[in-house]
Design a binder for this molecule. Structure first.
Ligand code: FE2
Ligand code: FE2
Length: 387
């Protein structure tokens, strides 16, 4: 359930203002239900396959196939989806066992750096790597979380969680560096190029905050290893590709990230964690604005083909809403509350918040700006994630 209503409402106003300053105020009032949950779209079944040889006999049954597919597709590690369930019996197709599956998009905590559709992050480095917040790096302290009431296991969970998020923030630095080059290559105005560089610096700050918190919970320094950057990094070939990526990673990804950071902040009680999340939520909201602004500029410059590329992104986001949430393997009850006080959301809650952010912020704004139309078909239900 989304708790921070005022953050959500302000964010919607800012995003609409970014994408269409002259019409934004009117749109907010006129768009029926901007800020209300979006209806889900119907989606085609997802098919996933793995190689199979006749000598092995019949294809695996549904339960075995789910384990196999999760191993192959490595949920949320290098793809952006979780395979929730296998919905059909196997079908043998040209040496592969194929199944209809239900998938869910992974919660995205910021702007990813992707290569050939795969997310890339640095490996952790278990040493001081020059990525701690200034006070902590010099040994002078700075604002530190309180460890007093935490068990060893809780500290380990928090260290792992903040490290994972710090590595994603670190990757966002590279993502914005590439985005700035793409803007230059496609003739964007200086305001966008400037904002992209500022955003990259924000992400340096977020990464430092994350590595500092991970270090505090771990009790020993941790940072990133060298970023695994290939010698040649592909950049967007045209305005449609740029706008599509901005819509996926920014209008969807960073808008959701901003909402999730605000929700983490509401639940957090530790002052050091709250202070970090305050900065991150505000910056991510600005990054989301930059994405909507970029999309508006690209559509203005490139016309209908660019608009269509962007619309496809929102259609895909809407389709993900109708899929059931995967079960969470994380702790519930008192332990979950203790961890939330230090900024940790379990996977199931993060995925539920992601759905709510899509339904209540991203899609209503896309609809208000004419970039997405809800499936008006009869029988379309409200998403379960709305809150
Ligand atoms: Fe960030
Ligand atoms: Fe960001």
């Amino acid at each position: 359930m989304l708790l921070d209503r005022s953050f959500r409402r302000t964010l919607i106003a800012r995003l609409l203002q970014s994408a269409g300053p002259s019409a934004a105020a009117a749109l907010l009032v006129a768009a029926p239900g901007c800020g209300e949950p979006a209806a889900e779209a119907e989606s085609a079944p997802d098919i996933r396959c793995f190689e199979w040889f006749d000598e092995l006999g019949a294809c695996l049954d549904r339960a075995q196939a789910l384990d196999e597919l999760r191993t192959i597709y490595r949920n949320c590690e290098d793809t952006n989806e979780i395979i929730v369930s296998v919905e059909s019996d196997p079908e043998l197709r040209e040496g592969a066992c194929c199944y209809e599956v239900t998938t869910h998009v992974c919660p995205n905590l910021g702007r990813p750096f992707t290569l050939e559709g795969h997310r890339v992050t640095a490996a952790p480095r278990l040493a001081e790597a020059g990525w701690l917040a200034r006070g902590q790096a010099s040994g002078a302290g700075g604002q530190q979380p309180s460890l007093a009431d935490l068990t060893d296991e809780e500290r380990e969970t928090l260290a792992d969680g903040w490290l994972r998020s710090a590595l994603e923030e670190h990757a966002s630095v590279a993502s914005f560096a590439r985005f700035a080059l793409e803007l230059m290559a496609l003739g964007a105005p200086s305001s966008l190029v400037e904002a992209a560089h500022i955003a990259a610096l924000d992400e340096v700050g977020h990464a430092r905050l994350g590595f500092s918190l991970a270090t505090a919970y771990r009790g020993a320094p941790v940072g990133p290893a060298a970023f695994p950057m290939p010698p040649a990094v592909p950049i967007a070939a045209d305005l449609a590709a740029l706008a599509r990526a901005a819509a996926e990673e920014g209008c969807v990804g960073e808008t959701v990230a901003a909402v999730i950071a605000a929700e983490q902040r509401v639940r957090a009680e530790d002052p050091a964690v709250r202070a970090a999340l305050e900065v991150i939520a505000e910056d991510e909201a600005r990054h989301a604005e930059l994405a909507w602004l970029t999309v508006a500029w690209a559509i203005g410059a490139g016309g209908e083909p660019v608009r269509r590329a962007v619309a496809e992104v929102f259609e895909a986001a809407a389709a993900s809403l109708g899929r059931p949430l995967p079960p969470g393997a994380e702790p519930g009850g008192g332990r979950a509350v203790a961890l939330a006080a230090h900024g940790h959301l379990d996977g199931a809650e993060a995925r539920a918040l992601q759905g709510a952010a899509l339904a209540q912020v991203v899609l209503p704004c896309a609809r208000a700006l004419g970039l997405w139309r809800p499936a008006a078909a009869a029988g379309v239900a409200r998403p379960a994630a709305s809150a």
